[in-house]
Design a protein around this ligand. Structure first.
Ligand code: BGC
Length: 726
């Protein structure tokens, strides 16, 4: 379709979006109360708030310093009962309430799909519901702090923790992360936002030094944090394990005192990641609380910090500030208020997990093979333990689902998290669910262990569906983008035996697909959570019309990546590693625009069983900046679309950036006019010298697209030059 130019002559008067109200108690009141309480404290009480322990056992024994009322979990900080300050009872995580090492026997929780699945929904309201669900389940167990809100950008498709995060894009990650945080905090539970910043690779994360240009950092990972923090007001920020430009994130004065508390005016507290503190001086750099302190070489914020205080090296004002920040979040989110225990409706929570999985599944390719018809056909289901369940990621975010895991297959490895590097199967079997939805079909299962055996079954079937899985785990990057355990060869053998072969991927990252031309359809189901098998079966059979869109670019292979070789690959556990993020802010789809390479599947891509048309794309300037368009369902079925607005060029040249999006559900023939707000920071560049955002004078070209590369309509804006914000 030819690009349509809409000249807009006026210069803009830009106003930044005003931060929404997110605190339960007005900010000023929370600040005043925090000041008043802190003033009444003894120094011993002050120091008791600035470090916490893991209230669970090591070597099977409980730490004697942990009081008996602490619920076994990730973190505990005692309260000050005489002043009504509650203890902080902290649990992971973003994908559901965790039960590390099964320390709370029999305690299972709703296991949500991966963060990437939620990101793929492009549906912030669903993220809100997911965040609220975890908040309720946390509070029902006595927790009042959720270690959630992972908004690190998925920069590298080999990063072992991408499955916990939302996307490669700052706007999408902030839109989803902020709603999850708001949902949690509306339940009276503080949420963190984490891991600040650039913990974007896992290999040797404790030694990792992330090198980046500071302006590019502001326009990428830090922009995701900035947008999410101002939209949701998380009570705490968790600083990361790694170094940023040579300084550990937990002791990084530029990141903590400078950007977070200075430029952004963040009023809450900064806690460390678990085992990420290396010195008491981190308190001077802006760290307010040491977490999981047994994991550090010393409890730096206990004796060493007291000694520094006694010697006058930690000013009294700084100690008071650390404590006040913690207290103000407690008051702002209402942790000190009596609240009845929430009534949990497990079926409702299961329904939310199902809905996230449904909306997050992305149909990548479909040559008329899907949806499957319900008839007397022979279907071969092959591999991926599809008879047992669906895969989940490993690490601190791991949730034990109702009924426990269907199977746990140890992978092994070195380091602190090796015991959690397993294939975890959540008991929602795609095979069982397909049989329910296709009662007239004859469905046979083959484990996929031997390609020849699987091919033999495929040959005598009408359709073959291969389930391909790839485990991911905290602290482990994958060495490359392949499917492990010979699954590519399995897919190729099956596809040779049956031209009607479909592939369902359960992965926490993009994978390479050398076999893509030989199969009829490809579905990315991510780690789809406790209702994942049902959601996959519903999409395959057309009960659910797929609407997920890729939150990460799928490269053809790793030669297309900014770092074709994974930094630190093959070095022993604990070896120093430097990751040079030389792509700067040009992460994901922006890298492909810059290099001109064509990815396998672009960011924002996802097919449907119906089709959509766009018209009347306009942009409007004035008090606020916005884009409007009409989207219509022009196909035969009801479905949801996600039209996306991109910047395609700025005055200085070509530049790709997601500016806005909206998930729209439409009946056949139905049309809707949509307006999305545009944040001027997404058009601007960060000027490090001025410490402000800079808009250059000239023409900005925008496009309405189906994804980052399929752009359907164009418009443009003319702007005056301007410095704004921080
Ligand atoms: C992770 C954090 C987590 C913490 C507590 C760390 O290993 O990086 O995301 O919140 O453990 O479990």
């Amino acid at each position: 379709m030819p690009a349509k130019r809409l000249p807009i002559a006026c210069a803009l008067v830009l106003s930044l979006p005003s931060p929404p109200v997110h605190a339960v108690v007005p900010e000023a009141a929370a600040d005043a109360r925090a000041r008043a309480t802190e003033q009444q404290m003894t120094d011993a009480e002050r120091f008791s708030l600035v470090w916490g322990l893991m209230p669970m056992g090591f070597d099977g024994k409980r730490d004697p310093r942990v009081p008996p009322d602490a619920v076994p979990s990730a973190g505990y900080v005692p309260g000050v009962p005489r002043l009504g300050v509650p203890a902080l009872r902290e649990t992971d995580g973003s994908l559901g309430v965790t039960n590390p090492s099964g320390f709370r026997p029999g305690d299972t929780a709703t296991a949500l799909p991966a963060g990437l699945a939620l990101g793929a929904t492009f549906h912030p309201a669903l993220a809100h519901e997911a965040g609220a669900l975890v908040g309720r389940e946390a509070r029902a167990r006595g927790f009042n702090v959720l270690l959630g809100g992972g908004v690190n950008l998925a920069r590298d498709p080999r990063n072992g923790r991408n499955f916990e995060y939302y996307s490669e894009d700052p706007l999408l990650s902030a839109a989803m992360g902020s709603e999850a945080i708001r949902g949690t905090q509306a339940e009276g539970v503080i949420s963190t936002i984490k891991h600040y910043s650039l913990n974007d690779n896992e290999s040797n994360r404790h030694q990792l030094d992330a090198i980046i240009d500071p302006a590019a950092h502001r326009e990428s990972d830090l922009l995701a944090f900035q947008l999410a923090i101002e939209r949701s007001g998380p009570g705490a920020v968790m600083a990361a394990y790694n170094q940023v430009n040579g300084v550990y994130a937990c002791g990084n004065a530029y990141l903590l005192n400078g950007v977070l508390k200075g430029a952004w005016g963040y009023p809450g507290w900064v806690m460390s990641d678990w085992g990420a503190v290396h010195d008491w001086t981190y308190a001077l750099a802006g760290l307010d609380q040491e977490s999981g302190a047994q994991l550090d070489a010393k409890i730096w914020f206990d004796q060493p910090l007291r000694a520094a205080y006694a010697a006058g090296r930690l000013p009294k004002s700084r100690l008071s500030d650390m404590v006040r920040r913690i207290l103000r979040s407690i008051y702002a989110i209402g942790l000190d208020q009596p609240r009845p225990a929430p009534a949990i409706a497990p079926e409702r929570h299961h329904a939310t997990a199902l809905e996230v999985a449904r909306q997050g599944i992305v149909l990548l390719k479909n040559q008329g093979a899907l949806p499957l018809a319900n008839g007397k056909q022979r279907i071969a289901v092959i591999g991926g333990q599809a008879h047992l369940g669906v895969l989940s990621g490993g690490g601190s975010s791991l949730v034990t689902p109702p009924g426990g895991f269907a199977a746990v297959v140890p992978i092994g490895g070195e380091g602190n998290m090796a015991a959690l590097r397993n294939q975890y199967f959540v008991p929602s079997s795609p095979l069982t669910e397909l049989r329910k939805l296709l009662p007239d079909a004859s469905i046979r299962y083959d484990a996929g262990a031997f390609p020849a055996e699987a091919a033999a079954l495929a040959r005598r079937s009408d359709v073959a569906i291969v389930f391909a899985i790839r485990h991911e785990s905290e602290e482990f990057d994958s060495p490359d983008m392949s499917l492990p355990f010979g699954q590519a060869a399995l897919i190729e053998a099956v596809a040779r035996a049956n031209p009607n072969t479909l592939v369902v991927l359960e992965t926490g990252n993009p994978v390479e697909m050398p076999w893509r031309g030989q199969v009829k359809a490809i579905l990315e189901a991510w780690f789809p959570g406790e209702a994942g098998g049902q959601a996959i079966a519903e999409v395959l059979t057309g009960r659910v019309n797929p609407s997920g869109r890729l939150p990460m670019t799928f490269p053809v292979d790793q030669a297309q990546l900014p770092r074709p070789r994974l930094p630190g690959l093959g070095t022993p556990y604990g070896a120093p590693v430097t990751v040079r993020y030389q792509e700067g802010a040009e992460v994901g789809y922006r890298w492909y625009t810059l290099t001109g390479a064509t990815p396998l599947f672009p960011f924002g891509h996802g097919l449907s069983y119906t089709s959509f048309a766009y018209r009347d794309f306009t942009v409007s300037a004035g008090e606020a900046l916005s884009a409007s368009f009409t989207v219509q369902n022009v196909g035969p079925r009801a479905g949801a679309d996600v039209p996306q607005v991109y910047l395609t060029a700025a005055p200085e040249g070509k530049r790709a950036r997601l500016l806005g999006f909206e998930r729209v559900e439409l009946r056949p023939g139905e049309a809707r006019r949509v307006t999305v707000p545009l944040d001027p920071r997404l058009l601007a560049r960060f000027d490090s010298k001025a410490g402000r955002w800079r808009l250059a004078k000239g023409t900005y070209r925008l496009a309405l697209g189906k994804n980052a590369t399929e752009l359907v309509q164009a418009a443009h804006l003319t702007m005056d030059s301007r410095l704004f914000g921080h």
